[in-house]
Ligand binder design. Structure first.
Ligand SMILES: Cc1cc2nc3c(=O)[nH]c(=O)nc-3n(C[C@H](O)[C@H](O)[C@H](O)COP(=O)(O)OP(=O)(O)OC[C@H]3O[C@@H](n4cnc5c(N)ncnc54)[C@H](O)[C@@H]3O)c2cc1C
Length: 410
């Protein structure tokens, strides 16, 4: 209810003028097809926010590597800081499908910023779902308002795809754990306040892993240098280092040994979210390519008269719609806790992040040399979504999950 009020207030007070281009794609590529009236309203709010608050700044955030804290807090005022967190501690209580619709729309304004917001949402959901009431009360309100920011800490220098081999140790000493080890590639690392950390409290393998919430300022917690990246430049990425870092036992989510399951459950939703960010990039790039073909003249006519390019554009739009259908099906399966949800989330991530990267890359090709210039947004979409094929489980790992489920189901 609370977030619905926020959204309606925004619509009434701000009365934003929608970006004409985005709305036309919205109609022609059926981004709103099949959605309820309420979902169409969330979507409109998110598209407007993307067009008015994000798109005008996305190049600057990329080039100056700005983490746009105030813009994200504005997004949180619309309910986007804890979209699928329960409402009793500040969340919006929306569904996975609603979340996907919102992240797709926001990404048309800045993929990198939206992708960080999606990771933050995933962490908030993990605390909300697996934390006790004291933990939920302590962390969720500040995360939902984005007064505080969260990071997800699974990957280590020696454990990426084989995440269950992680080595960061947490030894219990009275009412504290002593953490030692390091995490690699942590989105938001160093700039965020709350670290959801998977660490080893028991023996080898997934059953020896627990999940602790580590707060910034804890003695023994430090950060590596800010990584220089191809894209995702509006959010910092750093190593997170633990040296005899004392974390209260009361910050453990769930029981000892449940951490790997918690991490994977977070990632099922995370994969839909990151795929949705790819949809937004492809959505924007189809529009940019279309606009460019309609104005650029070669051989005495606009490029839009060339049948090869017309057919390419048609294929791009078709693959975007197919990707969106799969992502939304996976979101619905996860919401309904269906037995095929894990496979569908992996399929959606694999298919949408690969296809949407190809769509954006093709859009860049259609711009010719201009597509390679930083004055044109298309190159930033290409750079920003490349990493979606790598993180939250690589697309090879997605194939492993899908085939393992196929081969073991009775
Ligand atoms: C910008 C960025 C942000 C990130 N943010 C986070 C974050 O916030 N939190 C976090 O925990 N992690 C984060 N990551 C880490 C990311 O999840 C890992 O990079 C990813 O899981 C892959 O691990 P790796 O880099 O160690 O590659 P590796 O596991 O070494 O894999 C290398 C290659 O081999 C392939 N491969 C590995 N094993 C197999 C196999 N059995 N069969 C076939 N192919 C295989 C992989 O698919 C990949 O192509 C981030 C990464 C980047 C680049």
């Amino acid at each position: 209810l609370q977030q619905s009020v926020f959204l309606w207030l925004y619509l009434i007070i701000a009365d934003p003028i929608p970006a004409v281009g985005l709305i036309s794609v919205l109609c022609s590529l059926t981004a709103a097809h099949g959605l309820t009236d309420e979902q169409k309203e969330f979507q409109k709010v998110a598209f407007d926010f993307a067009a008015n608050e994000m798109a005008p700044h996305m190049a600057e955030w990329d080039q100056k590597e700005i983490f746009p804290v105030e813009t994200m807090r504005k997004a949180a005022q619309l309910g986007f800081g804890g979209i699928y967190v329960q409402p009793d501690f500040g969340g919006s209580g929306l569904s996975r499908l609603d979340t996907s619709v919102i992240f797709e729309a926001l990404s048309t304004g800045c993929v990198s910023t939206t992708a960080y917001i999606s990771i933050h949402n995933m962490c908030g959901w993990m605390i909300d779902t697996f934390g006790n009431n004291e933990q939920r009360e302590k962390f969720c309100p500040d995360l939902c308002s984005m007064e505080k920011f969260a990071s997800y800490c699974l990957t280590e220098p020696g454990s990426g795809s084989d995440a269950a081999s992680l080595l960061t140790s947490a030894q219990r000493k009275g009412d504290h754990y002593i953490l030692n080890g390091s995490k690699a590639f942590i989105s938001g690392g160093g700039d965020t306040d709350v670290y959801v950390v998977m660490c080893r409290t028991g023996g080898k393998g997934p059953k020896g892993i627990s999940c602790l919430v580590v707060e910034k300022g804890t003695p023994g917690l430090s950060f590596g240098k800010k990584e220089k990246k191809v894209g995702w430049n509006s959010q910092p990425t750093r190593a997170v280092i633990f040296e005899d870092c004392e974390v209260p036992v009361s910050n453990r989510l769930g029981e000892e040994g449940q951490g790997f399951g918690i991490a994977m459950k977070g990632l099922n939703g995370g994969r839909i979210n990151i795929a949705s960010c790819s949809l937004g990039a492809a959505h924007a790039c189809v529009q940019l390519a279309r606009d460019h073909l309609l104005v650029r003249k070669q051989f005495g006519e606009t490029l839009s008269n060339n049948q090869f390019l017309q057919f390419k554009l048609a294929e791009m739009a078709t693959k975007l719609v197919a990707s969106r259908l799969l992502v939304r099906e996976a979101a619905t399966a996860l919401q309904e806790n269906r037995s095929d949800a894990v496979s569908l989330c992996s399929m959606a991530k694999l298919f949408a992040t690969d296809e949407c990267f190809n769509i954006c890359n093709q859009a860049l090709q259609m711009h010719g040399g201009y597509g390679y210039l930083k004055d044109y947004a298309v190159q930033q979409f290409v750079r920003d979504i490349r990493v979606h094929q790598i993180l939250e489980g690589t697309n090879e790992v997605m194939r492993m999950i899908i085939s393992r489920n196929l081969l073991t189901e009775s």
